[in-house]
Ligand binder design. Structure first.
Ligand code: MG
Ligand code: ZN
Length: 225
């Protein structure tokens, strides 16, 4: 309790900064997504495949929450702008790190920003980055109990991607149990099995992202009828 009281003003400052970042996004009509998952769920692989499907249609930029340039290089090889949001070893991204990263991007030329958060299913959910959608990626080899173990993360998701679905036939993973764990938290949320390796399910994910982007852009149109 004591610690909560001490930390509260700091959290508020970070949330305020997150709100300011959202205003910057909206001023530039940049749609942004925050990708969260545990280490090894395949965040970067999903991002790379998403960029391949998208980069000729939209101007995409990526913010990598990390301490080293490894994933940054993988994205850069696809020819899209990418910056490292240096976490200094922290277990989550916060709005200060986001602000620093955004300074390195030319916001005039971007339609969509993809943020790869730090691999962690706990605290990234507690830090508002100003992004428009929370994408949570789980993966089959991690097991079907993740939604039950990390409810905070799944409760805040706008969509859940179940990566490595090509393993479904080989692992003791009960899709129904996994989905039930999520639906207990959010009844109507979209849950999409996909595979960044084979491309299975990506058409639905890309359609969801495209629809979300279109709705975002339409929200700026004033209805004069
Ligand atoms: Mg990664
Ligand atoms: Zn953390």
């Amino acid at each position: 309790m004591k610690q909560f009281v001490i930390n509260q003003p700091i959290l508020d400052e970070l949330t305020k900064k997150g709100i300011a970042i959202r205003q910057v996004f909206d001023a530039h009509k940049i749609f942004s997504v925050n990708i969260m998952a545990s280490p090894g769920a395949g965040k970067t692989s999903v991002i790379l495949r998403t960029i391949e499907s998208f980069k000729n249609i939209y101007n995409i930029a990526v913010i990598e929450g990390d301490v080293i340039e490894l994933d940054v290089e993988r994205v850069r090889n696809l020819g899209v702008p990418v910056v490292l949001a240096h976490t200094g070893g922290s277990c989550h991204l916060d709005s200060i790190m986001m602000e620093q990263a955004l300074k390195q991007l030319n916001l005039e030329d971007i339609d969509i920003i993809i943020v790869e958060n730090v691999g962690n299913l706990i605290c990234p959910a507690n830090f508002y980055l100003g992004t428009h959608r929370n994408i949570v990626i789980a993966s089959v080899p991690e097991g079907d109990d993740k939604p039950c173990k990390y409810p905070g993360m799944f409760k805040g998701a706008d969509i859940v991607l179940l990566n490595k679905c090509d393993y479904l036939d080989h692992e003791a993973f009960e899709l129904e149990y996994f989905e039930k764990g999520i639906r207990q938290l959010q009844e109507n949320i979209r849950i999409l099995p996909l595979s960044a390796k084979t491309g299975e399910g990506f058409d639905k994910w890309i359609a969801w992202l495209t629809n979300s982007y279109d709705r975002y852009i339409k929200s700026f149109t004033i209805d004069t009828s």
